[in-house]
Design a protein around this ligand. Structure first.
Ligand SMILES: NC(=O)C1=CN([C@@H]2O[C@H](COP(=O)(O)OP(=O)(O)OC[C@H]3O[C@@H](n4cnc5c(N)ncnc54)[C@H](O)[C@@H]3O)[C@@H](O)[C@H]2O)C=CC1
Ligand SMILES: O=C(CO)COP(=O)(O)O
Length: 343
């Protein structure tokens, strides 16, 4: 479809919703961005700026923000949902009466609903049985995308047509969109890496070395893929942008909110102080709790998650936890090559 005839909606007025909306508006697509804050919507419409979440990044003149969710989704071929996981279902339910069968609904959210242990794509399938569902995930720090720093993302869906519609809608000279059919793998990659970004921030604040950071990221990847495979994901997905790609950027960049929470904890702040100072969502904090409970219930070996849980929620000392991890029984490097029980 010609960009000028296409309409898309983005639900969410935070950093990532704004960036995704802006990419498409810059291409001439008619974009309606829904948010609950009328002042913020007016600022986007009048000043082409979202000063709370993306100060200093001018937005496209043609990006239209609204507080009317019915108006936002009406006639939209694609609806992107960029709402933190804790409010995701609530917002999808608000939009539901105005959505029609066959619309593409794509989650950009990197989190899990705790009470039901649902991924966002599962919430979309539950709430909107007639929608075509996809998930978008990759190394996409909002502030870098807003600056047009080159990057790429992944659209995952069982629906081939939806994958190519999203590739067409979001592709820009600074933003490539790769396709995947492994929805859970892509979604779990984006969700689980937030946990390890907190660990990476902690280790950076404590002055740990470059070898340590590399070991931490690589063992994180082993743990993430072990968990995801137990949920039905394909381990090969973790070799891609939504796996190792997003893990690297989030574990290495102070632009990551999860990394910043870890860094603040490592610098002596309490969890509440670290989260309050952020003023934006850091999905990893809840994700640690949710994944720890699931791993315990399903007997999935996740020593980094268990250790981090003790540090973040029970005040354990990082050095003590690191010592326990380093002196535990030695095992296999890549368990898809040499299984753990064969060592
Ligand atoms: N910021 C980033 O670099 C990236 C973020 N993501 C993911 O995107 C999701 C959204 O994150 P951000 O936009 O960065 O968060 P943010 O903290 O910047 O903004 C969250 C937005 O959601 C809105 N919101 C929260 N609860 C709401 C409710 N009940 N009703 C209406 N609006 C509500 C807030 O008002 C705010 O506009 C998260 O899961 C995050 O992991 C994904 C890729 C990159
Ligand atoms: O997912 C992200 C980058 O791909 C953003 O990470 P944070 O939520 O930690 O800022």
């Amino acid at each position: 479809m010609n960009a000028k005839q296409q309409k898309v909606a983005v639900l969410g007025g935070g950093s990532f919703g704004t960036v995704i909306a802006n990419i498409m508006a810059e291409k001439g697509i008619c974009v309606s961005q829904w948010m609950r804050d009328a002042t913020r919507a007016e600022e986007i419409n009048q000043r082409h700026l979202n000063s709370r979440y993306l100060p200093d990044y001018p937005l496209s003149d043609s990006l239209v923000a609204t507080t009317d969710i019915a108006e936002a989704v009406k006639g939209a071929q694609l609806v992107f949902v960029s709402i933190p996981s804790q409010s995701f279902r609530e917002v999808v339910r608000m939009a539901k009466p105005y959505l029609v069968a066959g619309q593409g609904v794509i989650s950009t959210t990197k989190g899990i609903e705790g009470e039901t242990f649902s991924l966002m794509s599962q919430i979309l399938c539950d709430e909107l049985p007639d929608a075509r569902v996809g998930v978008l995930s990759g190394p996409n720090l909002a502030k870098e995308v807003a600056k047009h720093q080159l990057t790429a993302t992944v659209i995952a869906s069982d629906d081939e047509a939806l994958r190519s519609e999203v590739q067409d809608a979001l592709h820009q000279s600074y933003f490539r969109v790769y396709a995947s059919s492994d929805k859970y793998g892509v979604e779990l990659g984006g969700t689980l890496k937030n946990i390890y970004a907190i660990a990476a921030g902690l280790s950076a604040a404590l002055g740990m070395g470059e070898n340590t950071k590399s070991m931490l990221m690589t063992r994180s990847l082993a743990e993430m893929s072990r968990f995801a495979v137990s949920m039905g994901a394909n381990p090969m997905t973790f070799l891609g942008l939504a796996g190792v790609g997003d893990l690297i950027v989030t574990c290495m960049s102070p632009l990551s909110r999860n990394y910043r929470v870890g860094y603040a904890l490592g610098s002596g702040q309490t969890l509440n102080e670290a989260v309050d100072a952020l003023g934006e969502v850091a999905e990893g904090v809840n994700t640690i709790r949710i994944i720890k409970a699931k791993a315990d219930e399903q007997n999935i070996y996740m020593p980094l998650v268990s250790g981090l849980y003790e540090v973040v929620f029970n005040g354990a000392h990082v050095q003590e936890v690191a010592k326990t991890l380093m002196t535990s029984e030695q095992s296999t490097d890549v368990e898809f090559v040499l299984p753990r029980d064969a060592v």
